[in-house]
Design a protein around this ligand. Sequence first.
Ligand SMILES: [Mg+2]
Length: 188
Amino acid sequence: MSKSLEVVHLYTRMNYPSAVVFDLDYTLWPCWCDTHIYMPLKAVSKTEVSDLFGMTLSMYRDVESILEELVANGVIIIGASRTATPRVAKELLSLLHLNGKPAIKYFDNLQWGQGSKIHHISRAAKELKIEEELKKGQFILFDDEIRNRDVSSINCHFAHISDETEGLTRSIFDAELATWRQNFEHIE
Ligand SMILES: [Mg+2]
C-alpha cells in the first residue's frame, strides 16, 4: 500500500467508532415509555404514533440523519435502555420509521434491564463479539442521564444529551464525535 493510501485508510478507520450505543427515553424520543405511554399504540403516520389517550410521539428531529450516517460508515448501532417496559419500547421502534424503514432495523443489538449501563454495553460487546473494540475505546454512549457516565470505566466514551426538549441533536453528535476522535488519537 502506498503511503498516501495508508494515510487515507488510517483516516477512514479512525473517523468513526466501531459501535455507537443509544439510550432511548429522552435520547431518541421525548418521553419515558414506561410511564408516559398507555397502550395500545397506533401509527398516525410512518414517523408518528399515538397512544390510548391520543398523546402523539415522534423521534427527535436529527435522529434519522445520524443513524443513516452511522449505517453508511459501517458503525454498529446498539440500544441500551433501563425502561421497565421493553415491550413498549420495541413497539415504538417498530412503528416509528426512519427513512421509510422501521427504526428497530437500524439496531444491531438491543439491551434492557436495570442497573448500570456498564452491564448493557458489556453484554452487547460480548454478543456482537467486539469486546476487543470496547477495550480499545471504540464505543460511544449517547445518554441523557449523567449517572451513566460510569461507562467511561470500561473505556466507552460518554456523550451527554443535556436538553430533553431537543434530545439527540446534530450539534451534540458532531461535537462528541470530534471529542472522541481527539481522545482516541491520544490512546493510539
Ligand atoms: Mg434516557
